[in-house]
Design a protein around this ligand. Structure first.
Ligand code: AOS
Ligand code: ZN
Ligand code: ZN
Length: 387
């Protein structure tokens, strides 16, 4: 059971996870942002750090950028990424750090402010042209705090109008993914709170608009794997933002809080042909507030790989037979057998056979890179306030 078949190993070899540039910057809570020695001072150093994750795992060949946090000469940044063995991925827009957006951006009552937010997305599409990125990811911090404060219906209509304009600007090979989040920073209503709203909005735009599912953006107890199944079934799952949470949008290391949930999600990904499907981007959206960032990202991609391996181990023929015959406990046992199988020794051996470190965490620690950046870099920046 704990031996991975050649087909399963091929699936694992093809697995690709996109890292967020902001995971390498300092981050924290509203109470305190702790600095970490060696934190990147600009997007170029973030890319160099992300490349370390790929170097030790062969799992993370692309890096997502955030505009304006990662504003640079994108021709140079693209070349720098390629020189480091990675490429630039999803471009994330930002309409949540400007005073004009206090009462909304793409939904704002004032047409001039809406246009400013639309123009920002046009700028992001220009960046995509320069970086060669395919996806524009939109997460909106818009909503209201008190009943009666805002006309929810009017905002939904204005949102659709703004999204139509952004969509019309996309190139033939470009896509838009619309992320949902049930609350925060607004606490009464959010304009894109759930997958249904995101789906309704993107479905009205066209084939190049899809849903982004951030695993931390649901109410406690939500059956996230059901949403994964449904979006894959509808052909509308464009991307994941992987992370884990104990309480709200904690942005902790994926698989740290609930490995079984990650397993269940990945099982539905495999069941729905979403694994290694170029139409579905597997991104991380995490912050490392107290732990070192590069090993935090290495741990994260390994967690995804380990749970993917376990999900691949589910005996789907036996599961289907038990499901067909109504054998509840046998079906559950097939599922749980795979979940309880420790794939780590097999994965370590397999990594070594491919010229990778058996233990990427140990290999990174031994590499001296962390000590080198701590000595070389002074004055690293906070995620969100980067160059
Ligand atoms: C915010 O809660 C969302 O998860 C965003 O995807 C993301 O964390 C933010 O836009 C930083 O890029
Ligand atoms: Zn996210
Ligand atoms: Zn989030």
């Amino acid at each position: 059971m704990n031996t991975l078949t050649p087909d399963q190993l091929t699936a694992l070899e093809r697995q690709s996870i996109e890292l967020p540039s902001w995971a390498f910057g300092n981050s924290g809570t509203r109470f305190k942002v702790y600095g970490t020695p060696g934190t990147p001072r600009d997007p170029f150093e973030k890319i160099a750090d992300a490349a370390q994750v790929h170097k030790h795992t062969a799992l993370a060949p692309t890096v997502a950028l955030h505009i304006p946090w990662d504003m640079s000469d994108f021709g140079d940044l693209r070349k720098h990424a390629e020189d480091h063995g990675v490429t630039l991925g999803t471009i994330n827009s930002n309409t949540f750090q400007d005073d004009d957006y206090k009462f909304g951006a793409l939904t704002h009552e004032d047409a001039a402010i809406r246009q400013k937010a639309i123009d920002h997305h046009f700028e992001c599409i220009d960046v995509m042209d320069a970086t060669g990125s395919r996806d524009l990811k939109i997460w909106l911090a818009e909503g209201s705090n008190y009943p009666g404060q805002a006309d929810m219906r009017g905002r939904q209509d204005r949102l659709n109008d703004s999204l139509q304009k952004i969509y019309a600007r996309l190139g033939d090979d470009q896509r838009m993914v619309l992320e949902y989040k049930f609350f925060e920073p607004s606490f009464y209503h959010t304009d894109v709170p759930d997958w249904g709203t995101s789906y309704a909005q993107v479905a009205s735009l066209g084939d190049k608009a899809l849903v982004c599912l951030d695993t931390g953006h649901h109410a406690p107890g939500t059956n996230i794997e059901f949403i994964v199944m449904q979006l894959l079934r509808l052909g509308k799952l464009g991307s994941f933002d992987f992370n884990s949470r104990f309480y709200a949008d904690d942005d902790l290391i994926v698989g740290a809080a609930d490995p079984f949930q990650l397993f269940r999600i990945l099982f539905e990904v495999i069941r729905g042909d979403g694994l290694n499907n170029p139409d579905v981007t597997f991104m991380l959206d995490q912050c490392h507030n107290v732990e070192d960032k590069i090993p935090g990202q290495i741990r994260s991609v390994l967690n995804v790989q380990e749970m993917t391996a376990r999900a691949l181990l589910v005996d789907r023929d036996a599961l289907a037979a038990a499901q067909r015959s109504g054998d509840v406990l046998a079906a559950n046992a097939v599922f749980m057998d795979a979940f309880y199988t420790d794939a780590r020794p097999a994965l370590a051996q397999w990594r070594e056979s491919r010229g990778l470190p058996a233990d990427p965490m140990a290999a990174y620690a031994a590499s001296g890179y962390q000590q080198k950046i701590a000595a070389d870099r002074v004055g690293g920046v906070q995620a969100g306030w980067g160059a």
